[in-house]
Write a protein that binds this ligand. Structure first.
Ligand code: ITT
Length: 200
């Protein structure tokens, strides 16, 4: 069975990507499974640069086709911050809770109209003779208090437009119908299908 290596150390991303791809014909493993987790450094200024950097590094280290996810939250009032720094917003080893707290503090009592935000996810694929980058977004607002314990990261604070529940209150299947990650992966699926079909 062909193998796809996920170039991420984030277990939540691994679970979501596996659920969304839902492809029993490819064995999905992680950089950690192959002992190359340390190659996942990212110092780019954009999601695109970071995603490609991670996919390339893991493909180079393992020789196996690699898929990376670089993602984050862009808040318009904060000039698109935390953006690429979403995981480290409140400090180098910040927890999701610390990041959420900092976000609430920065937004303060701002009105709902000004609390608009967008999740972005860039997925990069690197393999023999191919590099491909796609992206997906999801718009919503940042609530004044967290709601729900599902998902990860900023999910409890993010209410997607046109929905009553936050991502933190949604079952994973509901989140996948509209999420930035799922939208990006839908675009990557034909590329993966083509690659794995012709690779054998
Ligand atoms: P890898 O680089 O190893 O993949 P990471 O967690 O460091 O893992 P990123 O640099 O891409 O990955 O940071 C993504 C952060 O953006 C993540 O830690 C969350 O805080 C936030 N984020 C991304 N997607 C999210 C989602 O679907 N729901 C909630 N928060 C999300």
């Amino acid at each position: 069975m062909p193998t796809l290596v996920l170039a991420t150390a984030n277990e939540h991303k691994v679970r979501e990507i596996k659920e969304i791809l839902n492809d029993p014909s490819v064995e999905i493993i992680t950089a950690k499974d192959l002992g190359v987790e340390d190659k996942l450094r990212e110092d780019g200024k954009t999601f695109e640069e970071n995603a490609l950097q991670k996919a390339r590094a893991i493909y180079k280290a393992t020789g196996e086709p690699a898929l990376a996810d670089d993602s984050g939250l862009e808040v318009y009032f904060l000039n698109h911050r935390p953006g690429v720094r979403s995981a480290r917003y409140a400090g180098e080893n910040a927890t999701d809770e610390e990041n959420n707290k900092k976000l609430l503090k920065e937004l303060g009592p701002l009105s709902f109209r000004r609390r608009t935000a967008r999740f972005r996810c860039v997925i990069a694929f690197a393999a023999d003779g191919i590099e491909e980058v796609v992206s997906g977004g999801c718009r919503g607002i940042i609530l004044e208090q967290p709601r729900g314990t599902n998902g990860f990261g900023y999910d409890p604070l993010f209410k997607p437009d046109g929905h009553e529940k936050t991502f933190g209150e949604m079952e994973s299947g509901e989140k996948h119908k509209i999420s930035h990650r799922s939208r990006a992966l839908q675009k990557m699926m034909p590329v993966l299908k083509e690659y794995f079909t012709s690779a054998g």
